[in-house]
Write a protein that binds this ligand. Structure first.
Ligand code: UT7
Length: 339
């Protein structure tokens, strides 16, 4: 087991915070690269070589973000061995909420029957799950709540422009969830590093439908309700930010990348995953990859990957796990966890 420094130690009024259960859900419908060839001018070969994505999942008609979030949450609660009534707080990270309000978290609270829980959404795009983990950890560490459910859930198929080959091939739908609690004699979440740069907000945005540009027939006809991305600039910023955040998390805990059992980067593009791994000095077998099967599921991405890594035996008790994320905002972050 690696030796590490716990930045939260030496603050006896704070409790340690562990992830005591994980779960995920992806819709059954698979959209392959071959399927996309009939929608836009693209090829399986282009998508595979430029992104590593082979297929992605699509929510069923009528299946909203809250449905996927609820199913992932049920699985996380089962894996933690707790009942919905024991949950004190639900945080959903999403950029594709069911509606403007109420929050998706409140709809999940209703679906689960989590009668004691407070609930709210946060929005940090693809970085949302790590942002939510950080927020949740403070509630548990400070003894405010004992059990917090953190969910990353997205129906990206509802906001991609299915006429835009630059973006529609990249995204998919799904949800992942984690239960945060104090586990005596465990270190758990060692540190989180978050960052943002709103000066680059326009690199990746969905401009229509908010207070700046309320929905009208004109905004719909100008396709302002779909996401837009400057892919090349986003790519460069993603690699730089994820590497810097990962290095900061490792440095704070006095460990090196070699001490980390499993690195879970935001699954945006295989070329981004490889560049981040290389610049962090990681071996390929340390990096968890499922972008080939799900594409970019935004806030759900590392949450689904974490669940699959645990289920697949890639992470065991005592292992160090590094999450690194990046998304619109711009936002980025890292979390180092002793599992
Ligand atoms: O989750 C938030 C973070 N998101 C990301 O990190 C995504 C970051 N960006 C990327 O992953 C990559 O930039 C993309 C995969 C989006 C694009 O890859 P690229 O290597 O940067 O390609 P490009 O934008 O330079 O496009 C190259 C060419 C263009 O044609 P021209 O202008 O050179 O003639 C595009 O029109 O590829 C064309 N192209 C496509 N061709 C076939 C773009 N999309 C497609 C497509 N099929 N789907």
């Amino acid at each position: 087991m690696p030796n590490f420094r716990n930045p939260r130690a030496g603050r006896p009024h704070l409790r340690t915070v562990s992830i005591t259960g994980v779960g995920s859900y992806v819709p059954a419908k698979v959209l392959s690269n071959a399927d996309l060839e009939s929608l836009v001018e693209t090829t399986d070969e282009w998508i595979t070589t430029r992104t590593g994505i082979r297929e992605r999942r699509l929510a069923a008609p009528g299946e909203a973000t809250s449905h996927m979030a609820t199913e992932a949450a049920r699985r996380a609660l089962a894996s933690a061995g707790i009942r919905a009534e024991e949950v004190d707080l639900i945080i959903v990270a999403t950029i594709t909420p069911d509606m403007q309000f109420p929050s998706t978290a409140c709809l999940v609270q209703r679906n689960l029957g989590a009668v004691r829980a407070a609930a709210f959404d946060i929005e940090a795009a693809c970085s949302g799950f790590v942002y939510a983990l950080d927020i949740a950890s403070h509630f548990v560490a400070s003894h405010t709540y004992n059990t917090v459910l953190v969910i990353g859930a997205e129906k990206m198929s509802s906001v991609v422009d299915w006429n835009d080959r630059n973006t529609c091939v990249l995204f998919g739908d799904g949800a992942g969830a984690a239960v945060l609690q104090n586990r005596p004699n465990a270190h758990g979440l060692l540190t989180t590093c978050l960052g943002s740069d709103g000066g680059k907000a326009s690199l990746l945005e969905l401009p229509g439908g908010g207070s700046a540009c309320p929905a009208t027939a004109d905004t719909v006809s100008r396709r302002l309700h779909f996401l837009r991305m400057d892919g090349k600039e986003t790519f460069k910023n993603a690699v730089n930010a994820m590497v810097a955040a990962g290095q900061e998390a490792l440095g704070r805990c006095g460990v090196t990348i070699a001490d980390v059992k499993c690195i879970i980067p935001h699954q945006a593009n295989q070329r981004i995953l490889s560049a981040v791994a290389e610049r962090l000095g990681a071996r390929e077998d340390q990096v968890f990859v499922n972008v080939d099967r799900y594409g970019n599921t935004s806030a759900a991405s590392v949450a689904i990957a974490l669940d699959e890594a645990v289920a697949g035996g890639r992470i065991g008790r005592g292992d160090l796990v590094l999450l690194v994320v990046f998304g619109a905002g711009l936002t980025w972050g890292a979390a180092l966890i002793e599992w």
